[in-house]
Design a protein around this ligand. Structure first.
Ligand SMILES: *[C@@H]1O[C@H](CO)[C@@H](O)[C@H](O)[C@H]1NC(C)=O
Ligand SMILES: *[C@@H]1O[C@H](CO)[C@@H](O)[C@H](O)[C@H]1NC(C)=O
Ligand SMILES: *[C@@H]1O[C@H](CO)[C@@H](O)[C@H](O)[C@H]1NC(C)=O
Length: 391
């Protein structure tokens, strides 16, 4: 009798210890607290919120009861717009989904496509430009091997915080990956201020500084800095280069980081040959580990496909997808006409959701044309829906 009790107690203590060890009590509860609110940050919740809002507005605004509702969105917002129409066709009569990478998921879009397109945007200006960036990773490694080199790069690149640890070098490289990627996203034909204040065709301007790929590490990195200046100091107001701020801080990319760790798992990989990045395979296991450490959640790589259908969207209706071919996100976009009413418009000279920006004298004809076709579709949706309420 006594022995059995003792065994039970021992088992209980063992389990308790195991639990504490495995979950690290303190962080576990800290993460639960964070998730109390962040846990609602899902695409399903976002769509359900819109249903509430639209239903309320239709009842609260005089004369709005029978109005046609059209969803507009770019980027993740474009994904939401398309999914909104798919999931709630009785609430929204059509959707304009611009640069919406609803196919940027596991087993649908090859993970290397994105980086290849970023690279193509630069090598289109000059192969030398892409090669400077391709050679910069090794140049950083070779220069930062010792204290003197770390100090040199800190000074040469006007860094806000001195480089000290290997982690700092990783952060620096991540910053560069983001800058080159962002430039490809916002390569607009006129000065704009989306992720950072930038001149017209910023890649052309950056590449005008990246001309000698065979330079020794230090002169090569000095060139790279001239290129970076276009991105982080176009206004001339920057006191130093802050590698922790890769885009306009008002965008608050923590939200996206959480979503990428839950439903929006988008695999990216680089090989350094077909693209100019440091080789990095897609490693789901380590990605998942980082997600757990940061947010206390594990990603669900097939969630979006199960929830929204992946490529199998032929049952949908009334969606216009638009994609600019300069935009690396177009690799995960819908680039074919799915049906009569689910169409895809290609804007060869377009960057990230160019069509949703205001019109500009420097707009290429392809975006003007795309907007006209969008208008025709919207008119059809309105006519179709209004007909229900006519005598
Ligand atoms: C909505 O449509 C119904 C049915 O045709 C009609 O009776 C009603 O007056 C309409 N409401 C508004 C606000 O237009
Ligand atoms: C930013 O540009 C201004 C004007 O050219 C220059 O004075 C300043 O030193 C630059 N800042 C950095 C960090 O390079
Ligand atoms: C889809 O059809 C439209 C005409 O409705 C056409 O303008 C467009 O080029 C087609 N898109 C693709 C990707 O073929």
């Amino acid at each position: 009798m006594e022995v059995t009790r003792l065994l039970h107690i021992t088992l209980l203590i063992t389990l308790l210890l195991y639990f504490c060890q495995a979950y690290n009590y303190e962080t576990y509860f800290y993460k639960q607290k964070k998730l109390k609110y962040t846990g609602y940050l899902t695409s399903e919740q976002a769509l359900a919120d819109y249903v509430e809002l639209i239903t309320y507005l239709k009842s609260a605004i005089d004369g709005a009861k029978n109005s046609t509702v059209v969803a507009f969105g770019g980027s993740y917002g474009g994904m939401l717009a398309a999914w909104f129409r798919m999931k709630y066709p009785h609430v929204v009569q059509g959707a304009i989904a611009s640069s919406a990478p609803i196919l940027q998921f596991t087993d649908i879009t090859p993970c290397e496509d994105f980086g290849k397109l970023v690279t193509a945007d630069f090598s289109k200006e000059s192969p030398e430009c892409a090669n400077v960036i391709r050679n910069s990773w090794a140049a950083i490694d070779s220069v930062t091997r010792n204290e003197a080199g770390l100090a040199w790069l800190t000074q040469a690149w006007s860094l806000c915080k001195p480089l000290k640890t290997p982690q700092d070098i990783t952060s620096l490289k991540n910053y560069l990956v983001n800058v080159w990627t962002n430039l490809a996203m916002v390569d607009y034909p006129y000065p704009a201020n989306f992720l950072a204040p930038l001149p017209a065709y910023p890649i052309k301007v950056v590449c005008s500084h990246l001309t000698e790929a065979n330079n020794d590490p230090k002169p090569l990195l000095e060139e790279v800095f001239q290129g970076l200046t276009v991105y982080f100091n176009y206004t001339g107001d920057s006191k130093c280069l802050d590698i922790n701020q890769q885009a306009d801080s008002r965008l608050d990319d923590y939200g996206w980081d959480f979503q990428a760790c839950t439903e929006m798992v988008m695999p990216f990989c680089y090989n350094g040959v077909e693209d100019f990045f440091e080789p990095a395979p897609w490693d789901f296991k380590s990605f998942a580990q980082t997600c757990y450490q940061t947010w206390g959640v594990y990603p669900r790589p097939f969630m979006a496909v199960h929830m929204y259908g992946g490529k199998d969207i032929s049952a949908a209706s009334n969606i216009v997808f638009t994609n600019g071919l300069l935009d690396p996100w177009s690799t995960g976009g819908v680039l074919w006409n799915v049906s009569e009413t689910v169409v895809s418009l290609i804007i060869p000279e377009g960057a990230h959701h160019l069509d949703l920006r205001g019109s500009n004298p420097d707009d290429p004809p392809s975006v003007i044309q795309a907007r006209m076709i969008e208008k025709t579709h919207i008119q059809n949706w309105i006519d179709e829906y209004s007909a229900r309420y006519d005598e």
